[in-house]
Design a protein around this ligand. Structure first.
Ligand code: GLC
Length: 578
């Protein structure tokens, strides 16, 4: 009996080890990956309607390849109502005609693969458009139709209960809509089915029904995660994933991945759903596929089986203190990447090092250059070539998988004060059309200028890909050099250890160390207009400078005092290898 129990326990341990190994399995290409994010409406228009499309992207594949990236991630390209830039999907199985056809997507995949690049799609897992056929059927009075339970139909509005108090954990668990009692997402409806439905983001984005963490018996619409409706929803999601993966796609960035299970305050039910079902199934079925989370909490998302999550400039979980330090009143505060040198590193460091350590060896907390929701780094007072090279050095020498948002490689500048387009609201200024050359509309589109999806940077001296190609000193060429350097030196790549070397009380310059086996690099960043000097521990070796952007740098060792002293010119970055 005892032996049996022991064997059973041992088998259990082995089984659970195998299960978690499965979830933490990564595609073989992940560790060297650099991802290029494309906002499809703004990249390249091929048919002259002022909006980018898939054939346009295909025509630019050689350029994308030339940057050195290994994968492309496109924001949603599916049939959409475009009340939220494509994140309100009407048909998950069909490319929107404005972007092309399903065959164009397959052509893009084939052509990217022929160039050794992967293609990642955006999976809007948590909601659909209110124009989706599923939702239309779900609105009908009969609650037992095929799609009836794909959505949540509260029959009354309960009082808002006090939000849960997660002592000590609020910072991370508050993310997205997790702490919001779902009542805040009720939308009044005149559908025969019921007086309310639950939304995720805009009213046009009804939440899909993956169940509730702790269904309240007094709220009959709160189904359990394993109730028939939520289970059917999961099968549908797997179908969508398989539909595209079987056509050759290489993975997904999952939109609002943390939002699936409702009233899941600590996210444990959502983590479980991914870990024990969706991610597990995905990894088993597509071992070379990639799952990127938009969760903004790597500690949770990597546990849930994702390969990568973002540590992005969103809310207070972010690196806004590095790039866009705006307080709740919208007032700009100093940020670390600025000429004046008034920034601090502690806020970012505490959050980043927490996440970095939480997922080390299991997955990646990635620092994207920017994205379709947040400002580009080339903005306001941070738009000189030297400044751009300093932050690009940062993005491409940190751990994890780098994500370059289209145009950031040429210093495409954040625009301010643009009108909202298709629900972009404040986000128009980061979704601006790419600047290719000196032809009309910078080669983005042959449409009349007023027809462009979003106005382009009007500066007559605006930088373009063409100009950047012709200038050996350009940000584009610097970015290429850095990506190549990263490939040649795994010590500055995804997996090498990272440690901040300078003290938080002396935030300038930022000095960090990357180590892998016996190899070591030290990276020094000075975004300020002043020359900086810093002292680090005596390294016992004269390092080689393997990269950077600076006018002057000096490195002096003092074995007796046990210190090395580095002096670096204003607005500079340098990479030392020991
Ligand atoms: C994600 C997307 C954002 C979208 C939202 C709702 O945060 O990045 O663009 O508006 O989800 O789908």
């Amino acid at each position: 009996m005892r032996t049996k129990t022991l064997i059973a326990t041992a088998a259990g341990i082995l089984l659970s080890a195998a299960a978690s190994a499965q979830v933490n399995h990564h595609a073989s290409w992940l560790k060297d990956a650099v991802v290029y994010q494309i906002y499809p409406s703004s990249f390249q228009d091929s048919d002259g309607n002022g909006i980018g499309d898939i054939p346009g992207i295909i025509s630019r594949l050689d350029y994308i390849k030339s940057i050195g990236v290994s994968a492309i991630w496109m924001n949603p390209v599916f049939v959409s109502g475009f009340t939220d830039g494509g994140y309100d999907v009407i048909d998950f199985y069909k490319i929107d005609p404005r972007f092309g056809t399903n065959s164009d997507l397959v052509e893009l995949v084939n052509q990217a693969h022929a160039r050794g690049m992967k293609v990642i799609l955006d999976l809007v897992a948590g909601h659909s458009s209110d124009q989706c056929e599923w939702f239309k059927q779900s609105k009908e009075a009969d609650p037992n139709l095929r799609y009836s339970d794909y959505y949540i139909w509260p029959s009354f509005k309960p009082e808002i209960k006090n939000e849960q108090n997660l002592a000590g954990k609020t910072d991370y668990a508050q993310l997205m809509n997790s702490m919001n009692n779902i009542v805040n997402k009720f939308v009044a409806s005149d559908a025969p089915r019921g007086p309310y439905y639950v939304k995720n983001f805009f009213d046009t984005q009804p939440a899909l029904n993956f169940g509730f963490a702790n269904p309240d018996p007094e709220h009959p619409w709160e189904q359990a995660v394993d109730a028939p409706g939520p289970m059917a929803m999961r099968r549908e999601l797997k179908n969508i994933i398989s539909f595209w993966m079987d056509k050759g796609v290489d993975g997904f960035r999952v939109d609002m991945a943390a939002s699936l299970v409702k009233n899941d305050f600590d996210k444990s039910a959502t983590i479980k759903l991914w870990k024990e079902d969706l991610s597990k199934w995905f990894k088993e079925t597509y071992p070379e596929g990639l799952l990127i989370a938009e969760w903004f909490n790597p500690e949770q998302s990597i546990e849930a089986g994702f390969d990568v999550d973002f540590f992005a400039h969103d809310g207070k979980y972010n690196f806004s203190t590095l790039f866009f330090n705006t307080d709740r009143q919208g007032k700009s505060q100093p940020c670390w990447f600025e000429l004046e040198g008034r920034g601090e590193l502690k806020t970012w460091y505490d959050l980043y090092s927490y996440q970095y350590n939480a997922v080390k060896g299991k997955g990646y907390a990635s620092l994207p250059t920017s994205n379709h929701d947040f400002n580009r780094p080339a903005a306001a007072a941070r738009t000189t070539l030297e400044q751009e090279k300093v932050y690009m050095t940062f993005f491409l020498t940190m751990p994890g998988v780098p994500f370059i948002y289209y145009g950031d490689e040429i210093g495409l500048k954040q625009q301010f004060g643009l009108p909202s387009v298709e629900g972009s609201m404040m986000r128009s200024g980061t979704r601006i059309p790419m600047l290719w050359d000196s032809s009309d509309n910078a080669g983005f589109s042959s449409a009349p200028i007023e027809k462009l999806y979003i106005p382009q940077d009007p500066d007559p001296n605006r930088n373009t890909v063409e100009k950047s190609e012709n200038d050996p000193n350009s940000l584009l060429n610097y970015t290429r050099t850095l990506i190549q350097l990263r490939k040649d030196n795994p010590v500055i790549g995804a997996d090498a250890d990272w440690r901040l070397v300078n003290g938080l009380e002396t935030p300038y310059p930022m000095v960090y160390e990357r180590t892998l086996g016996s190899e070591k690099c030290i990276i020094v960043l000075n975004p300020t207009a002043k020359k900086v000097t810093t002292q680090i521990e005596f390294q016992g070796k004269t390092p080689e400078i393997i990269g950077g952007s600076y006018t002057k740098a000096s490195y002096k060792s003092n074995a007796k005092k046990g210190i090395d002293t580095i002096t670096l010119s204003p607005v500079s970055a340098i990479i030392y290898k020991y």
